[in-house]
Design a protein around this ligand. Structure first.
Ligand SMILES: [Ca+2]
Length: 236
């Protein structure tokens, strides 16, 4: 019995090593709630995860590590006093090991954002507008069919330079054509066929006047897109 008591005293008297920082991960395509390296969160997700931990009284430093890639934003990431560390602790946003921070990309104006999206048929809640919401986490998806299509009406005729396609976050889309037309029936459309699968992103050079931009499946299958951006020729 005496030895047990002595052990307890020893443990009590040994000063505890200061715990390392609590680490959360964010990634450009992060959509998990775990914020772990294999299951990263979005930027907002990581912020909210840290905020929740602070609210619950976490008494450690917090490190939010951003994995490499382009974080496309439709609005600023807002941090406020809730995102500060408690007395004596810090909350740090930093590049994940191996990630290389690069200068902020000067994005050209995306004409699709102000457009009106539609598609041949919608798979569940994956509406056409999800491809022009500025987030590559949300997807539009058609059902499988012959010649499935997704399109955006830009509202007015413009000189379309490039069309940027972002693949569905969880489903591959391949064998598509990009059509740009002055008229909604696509009778006079300029047709460009990117090779192979839709990437994240695929840049398709069109250089044609038009108001309607359509992504159409060749043959049978579905079209899933997390983002479509339309840039004016020589636009800024
Ligand atoms: Ca989207």
């Amino acid at each position: 019995m005496n030895s047990a008591v002595a052990l307890v005293l020893l443990l009590t008297m040994t000063p505890a090593a200061a715990p390392g920082p609590k680490v959360y991960y964010a990634a450009p395509d992060g959509r998990s709630a775990a914020c772990s390296r294999p299951h990263p969160c979005s930027l907002e997700g990581a912020r909210d995860k840290a905020r929740q931990a602070l609210t619950e009284g976490m008494d450690r430093d917090i490190e939010i590590r951003l994995t490499g890639g382009v974080y496309r934003r439709s609005e600023p990431l807002v941090l406020d006093r809730r995102d500060s560390g408690p007395e004596g602790h810090t909350v740090t946003w930093t590049a994940a090991p191996g990630a290389r921070p690069s200068p902020v990309e000067q994005l050209e104006r995306d004409l699709a954002r102000a457009g009106s999206a539609s598609q041949s048929a919608t798979d569940g809640t994956a509406v056409a507008a999800n491809a022009i919401d500025g987030s590559t986490v949300t997807d539009s998806r058609t059902t499988s069919g012959q010649g499935s299509w997704w399109q955006v009406d830009l509202g007015q005729e413009v000189a379309v330079g490039t069309v940027e396609l972002w693949n569905d976050a969880s489903m591959t889309t391949a064998d598509v054509q990009v059509l740009v037309s002055r008229t909604p029936d696509f009778a006079d459309a300029t047709v460009v066929q990117p090779a192979g699968k839709v990437l994240r992103p695929s840049l398709v050079t069109v250089n044609a006047e038009g108001r309607y931009v359509r992504v159409q499946r060749i043959g049978t299958g579905r079209i899933g897109l997390s983002g479509v951006a339309v840039q004016e020729k020589d636009g800024k």
